[in-house]
Design a protein around this ligand. Structure first.
Ligand code: NAD
Length: 245
């Protein structure tokens, strides 16, 4: 299948490692011109060079205003953003009594305001050309709360409401907005949370962690030309782990 992505300009956030890197790699392989962002300069630059990305922009998405400045810089350097993949580092675990206000605010900034700000900045260009793809990387936690991931569970569930609302607004302009929900995938985030293959595989019908490139393939498809009629959806890539419909 031709994804129709040759020459499309994509911005993938949080892409020096893990799922973001896999999304960016998939888009580069499909012929898109890809810009990456992450906090650290060295790893980001090395990742961008290894995959053949066009641009690497250091950016800390936990800082107010960072996502807006990022989109503006990429628009200025690539001439526009046709595909926006919204992703950032996961928030820390913890129960309701242990999480500090600072952690809630950092989580809200990274997960929520990054989405709102980057969508607002990217939309005028997408609307002007009558084509755009926005994919939010969230989590299966948006549908089924995971133990002790209070910030993630709470904020990501709300993001699905944002996706649905914005999709109605932008659909008439040839723009789609969808959420891609990763289940357990083999990335640094899983190591940080102590979630090994042995611990989680028995709960997953596929009996293994996902490979980041399997998630990247879903995001590249949602960004593609043939996915033009898929809008406002939240689609899991989880080896069948979600129990609900
Ligand atoms: P990861 O930790 O492996 O990679 C995160 C990427 O984001 C890295 O490139 C990192 O440098 C970048 N990043 C982190 N904080 C940032 C910041 N403040 N500003 C800019 N860039 C930043 O994580 P991952 O496993 O790839 O997960 C990506 C997202 O998906 C996270 O929000 C995570 O919670 C969520 N998620 C992951 C899984 C999984 O199984 N890996 C499952 C569900 C949800």
């Amino acid at each position: 299948m031709d994804f129709g992505l040759k020459g499309r300009r994509a911005l993938v956030m949080g892409a020096s490692a893990g799922l973001g890197r896999a999304c960016a790699t998939a888009l580069v392989k499909e012929g898109a011109t890809v810009a990456l962002c992450a906090r650290g300069g060295d790893r980001l630059q090395a990742t961008a060079e290894a995959m053949g990305a066009a641009l690497a922009v250091p950016c800390d998405l936990s800082q107010p205003g960072a996502a807006r400045a990022l989109v503006r810089e990429v628009v200025a350097k690539l001439g526009g953003v046709d595909i926006l993949v919204i992703n950032s580092g996961g928030p820390p675990p913890g129960g309701i009594e242990s999480i500090t206000d600072t952690q809630w605010q950092a989580g809200f900034q990274s997960l929520w305001m990054t989405a709102v700000d980057s969508i607002q900045e990217a939309l005028p260009g997408m609307k002007a050309q009558g084509w755009g793809r926005i994919v939010l990387v969230t989590s299966t936690a948006a549908r089924e709360a995971l133990p002790n991931l209070t910030i993630s569970n709470g904020l990501r569930a709300g993001l699905l409401g944002l996706v649905k609302t914005v999709s109605n607004e932008v659909g008439p302009h040839g723009i789609t907005v969808n959420a891609a929900l990763p289940g357990y995938h083999a990335t640094d985030r899983m190591k940080d949370l102590g979630l090994t293959d042995e611990k989680v595989a028995p709960q997953i019908p596929a009996r293994r962690l996902g490979r980041p490139e399997e998630f990247g393939a879903l995001v590249a498809f949602l960004a593609s030309e043939p996915a033009a009629y898929i809008n406002g959806q939240s689609i899991a890539c989880d080896g069948g782990a979600l129990r609900g419909f």
